[in-house]
Ligand binder design. Structure first.
Ligand code: ADP
Length: 234
């Protein structure tokens, strides 16, 4: 088991095009600690730095300053292969547009990260089936994305994100392409996941979506301006 905190960020800064006329300070000295099993929403208006923070949390980009320990691992000490391994094993990604491969069945989509992680072929289908049944989609395993509703496609994407049992689920506007009722179902699924000890970090511009979380972190002009606990974490 790693540290009890799955995210420990200190003084995190991000400057795009430093030292040029196009320089943008997107994050300025962000401190953020997230414990295992929390359901946190990061909210803020367009341009506030949410995507920048998401890319740093997901180890998709490197900060200009500060430190980030992801599930106890200091990401600054990792090379590209180490960062890829960290993403594969510790972070599940969910996006607004689902990002499923259209020519593959739901089951094959969910099996993909298992192949990357080197799980033996005979175990992959069994584990992917279990992940699909955890999101209530066992009976849709052999359907392609085009044969599924938006909410079902997002649940397949969540099963894919969780199939390697990462401690962190990072969701970028996951309900943005869904009607509000279906969006609420996805948020209810996140609430159930955190009962299983998964840390859900949801990025959104929508305050109503953020209301589903236990804790709401508000970001503005690259800085955290509010950090509000609404419910006790699981
Ligand atoms: P949000 O996701 O909240 O809309 P972003 O993190 O995308 O905010 O953007 C924060 C600031 O950084 C904005 O001023 C944006 O224009 C700028 N920015 C984002 N990405 C880049 C980039 N790759 N190059 C230069 N500036 C960027």
């Amino acid at each position: 088991m790693g540290a009890p905190n799955v995210v420990e960020i200190q003084g995190l800064g991000k400057v795009y095009s430093p030292g040029t006329p196009a320089e943008v300070v997107a994050l300025r000295g962000v401190d953020l600690v997230i414990a295992r099993g929390e359901f946190v929403a990061i909210v803020g208006p367009s341009g506030s730095g949410k995507s920048t923070l998401m890319n740093l949390l997901g180890v998709l980009d490197a900060p200009s300053s500060g430190t980030y320990r992801c599930d106890g691992v200091d990401v600054a000490g990792l090379d590209a292969a180490g960062r890829a391994r960290l993403r594969l094993t510790r972070i599940g990604f969910v996006f607004q547009g689902f990002n499923l491969l259209s020519r593959m069945t739901a089951l094959d989509n969910v099996m993909l990260p298992l192949a990357y992680a080197g799980v033996p072929r005979r175990e992959r289908a069994e584990r992917a089936r279990r992940a699909l049944s955890e999101v209530g989609l066992a009976e849709r395993a052999h359907h392609r994305p085009s044969e599924l509703s938006g909410g079902q496609q997002q649940r397949v994407a969540i099963a894919r994100a969780l199939v390697n049992h990462p401690p962190i689920l990072l969701a970028d506007e996951p309900t943005g392409a869904l009607d509000s009722r279906t969006g609420q179902e996805i948020l209810a699924l996140f609430q159930r996941l955190r009962l299983a000890g998964i840390t859900v970090i949801l990025i959104t511009h929508d305050g109503a979506v953020a209301d589903a979380a236990d804790r709401v972190v508000r970001i503005q002009d690259g800085a955290i301006v509010a950090d509000e606990r609404r419910r006790e974490a699981a």
